[in-house]
Design a protein around this ligand. Sequence first.
Ligand code: NAI
Length: 687
Amino acid sequence: MNLHKSDCAVRTEVINGILLIEINNPPVNAGSLAVRAGLLGAIEQLAGDPKLSAGVIIGGGNTFVAGSDLREFGQPLQEPQLPGVIAAIEACSKPVVAALHGAALGGGLELALGCDARIALTGTVLGLPEVTLGIIPGAGGTQRLPRLVSVARAIEMICSGERISADKALQLNIVDAVVAEDLKAAAVAHARSLGTRKTRIRDLTVPLIDAALIEPAERAALRAGKQRPAVVAAIKAVKNSLNLPINEALTLERAAFEQLRLANDAFALRHQFFAERDAVRLPAELQATPRPVRTVAIIGAGTMGTGIAICALDAGLSVILLEQDEAALERGRQRVVDHYQSRVTTGKLKAEVAAANESRLNPTTDWTQLVRADLVIEAVFEELAVKLEVFRKIDAHARPGAVLATNTSYLDVDAIANATKRPQDVLGLHFFSPANVMKLLEVVRGSQTAPDALATGMTIGKLLKKTPVLCGNAFGFIGNRIYNAYRKQCEFMLEDGAWPEQVDQALEAFGFAMGPFTVADLSGLDIAWRMRRAGAATRDPRERYVAILDHLCEQGRLGRKTGAGYYNYPDGKKDKVSDTTVRQLIEAASAQRGIRREPLPAEAIQRRALLAMVNEAALLLCDGVAQRASDIDVVLVQGYGFPRWQGGPVFWARQQDRTALEQDLQHLAASSGHGFTVADLSELLNS
Ligand code: NAI
């Protein structure tokens, strides 16, 4: 055995005539310039040394290449680039085997597809997630993948960024073998068995088995991917594999990649990627060892409680689900059971996994059961008196040291904490609906929350596969506070001259999943109505207050569930139509305020709505409710349907001209009237 030191990012070792090429770029072996240069050097060594018969590329540590180094994507790319490395592997007369473990994603999978064979360890995940970052695979992924899996399947995989298991990859022909252990030995043996035989994917023809499936796959991908430029380009590139010689198609693929990586979508999506990674980190002064959590008690088996229970069961935790009476408990239990049944029926979950999860669910009405819980999450009605009573009971029954969380959307976490004799153990864990689907988790720090209780909240968030974001304890935390400011501004626009459908369409055209009035109708106007009535006594009478929602509710128009709200829903259908009564009501509101209605163009609607968000974001950042500006973007994108490819309100603001932003904010303040505080944008724009 000979050891050769090459570049520190790539190390080579000769094992009986086979060159083992090991990539070492911790933590995820991202494909950086040093990795590419090291690989090229190793391939030259393989080609030039007559004693070597084949090569094996493997990742050091616990993964193959989990993707390219994203930080390089916003800058001029340096040579050698990945297509050049892959071309060298293909041009080398000796076979090269890729040995995969951990993750082979993006450029990592493209590198593997450039090799002559792929051996994967059980548990490896494979995929081409480039489209989710606003680009397309730029090193042959769009040409080599369809040659293995067909065009329709390649469109599906590339456009969704789907990650597949090693077993699935074997079925699809992407890997040649899956081994349960000793990957290195298996790959070396495979390389030896190939002798001098090259088996390059580029030499295969694209299987034509699925011609009829291409168009449906294309349509589905465009719909799911909202016709974003990367999706359109990926489809075009994959289809080129059918019609063009591979070298020509590779050149076009690279050109599309080059163009996309410097376009706005890609910058915004990279920003979100890094923002999400940062969001889960607590500031240094709050870092602590989390308390261990194996059993979670959830109080309240309603919409949220059952959703949270499902997350916890999916994560392998034991769940005590506690309700106030047997009937409510049974309804909650049934909701969890129905969820798993439908997952099994639709083939999304194995029956034995569903059964194992359900076996860890302990429904009860007995508060003494709480003593077994390491973490208690309260999800009862949103009324302070009810929550205070519940927390007194939790305090009486939970074991010392258990972390106690409230899922409140708006209530004061400190008031709730003070209902107990252990406010240091209390925090907010604000899940979003449906709790088993939505990724966002606001982790709310009360004034007395202990760092290790907070760390437990962040850790449990990650365990439940959420993106936990730290928030200060202030009205609406981060998300609802900004959303309220946005919705209020949209209501002003109704009085100023826009119709609900114009506001909704303008914001949907910007990329929001749904406009604010469609959202309001969907979630029910009565929740906001109740909150408005509760706040009526303390509202400053000088503030601009739009009463349209109250008038709708007074007419029994509570949203979709009553067949009418801002829109009409004829026959209880999902399709909405606008209604002249609503228009009359809006016109009356404008007249009452003495406003001459002026039509608002879509761009003006978008800008006003975004400015309102940005202003509130800057205010709460100055108040310390968010610990970093990018956290705000994570919250809005993951919890409120803000288009990911627009990066979030902070990213959006940073793309604007600052002087224009500040001038427009002054105009917005003038039209919004008393109570609108213009924020200092410095921290938001510069941090
Ligand atoms: P829900 O009305 O569906 O469920 C509440 C459940 O709590 C009911 O099943 C009720 O029987 C139970 N409950 C009430 N008092 C109880 C007590 N003393 N002991 C035990 N159980 C009791 O309400 P939902 O929508 O699940 O909301 C729960 C909490 O989650 C609220 O604080 C809400 O603000 C918050 N939240 C709700 C969201 C939503 O979209 N629904 C989103 C985020 C947070």
